[in-house]
Design a protein around this ligand. Structure first.
Ligand code: HEC
Length: 154
């Protein structure tokens, strides 16, 4: 009788251990299959748009994060953003004059206002071209002429 309960106990122990090991290894696999997370050290856009990358890290990363993934419900993602892809000109307006419209990005709503970030058209073009091409984005570029259409309002 004693032997039998020991066997049952050991069997149970092995089952629990196996399960938690399975769960652990499952989590690791899940993390590995997430999309590539770019950091400044491996993102080609940092070399192509060095000025924009610098401005991004100084001014934008606090909210939109170094990964460009933002914070869901508060600060929208720029990486893979359907909104950014469709509204390049609005990105120029946003960084020059800020924005307080509620917008929907990749299906989530964002209503916190974004304060203006840069003081001149050159910086606006640099940082917008960076975010259009960082983290694997392939959203094209904006020109200084387009930026100059935006009147800076203070
Ligand atoms: C204080 C936080 C904050 C900072 C700093 C900030 N943003 Fe934003 N940004 C927001 C919020 C909140 C929104 C969404 C609401 C809105 O646009 O009115 C937004 C929206 C955007 C959008 C459009 C939505 C999208 O996800 O495509 C772009 C593009 C953008 N920001 C770019 C930038 C860039 C570039 C910088 C730096 C030059 C920057 N932001 C700095 C908070 C911030």
């Amino acid at each position: 009788m004693k032997k039998l309960s020991l066997i049952i106990f050991l069997g149970g122990l092995m089952f629990v251990a196996g399960k938690s090991f399975g769960l652990l290894s499952h989590n690791v696999v899940k993390a590995d299959t997430n999309a590539v997370v770019y950091t400044s050290s491996n993102d080609p856009a940092d070399a192509t748009y060095p000025k924009g990358a610098k401005i991004y890290k100084e001014k934008c990363a606090a909210c939109h994060q170094l990964t460009g993934m933002g914070v869901v419900g508060a600060f929208p993602p720029l990486k893979g953003s359907d909104y950014l892809k469709a509204n390049k000109k609005k990105a120029l307006i946003r960084v020059l004059n800020g924005s307080n419209h509620e917008i929907t990005v990749n299906g989530a709503n964002y209503s916190i206002p974004m304060p203006y970030q840069v003081d001149n058209h050159e910086d606006a073009v640099a940082v917008v071209n960076y975010v259009l091409n960082a983290w694997g984005n392939d959203y094209g570029t904006v020109t200084l002429e387009e930026a100059k259409d935006v009147k800076i309002v203070r």
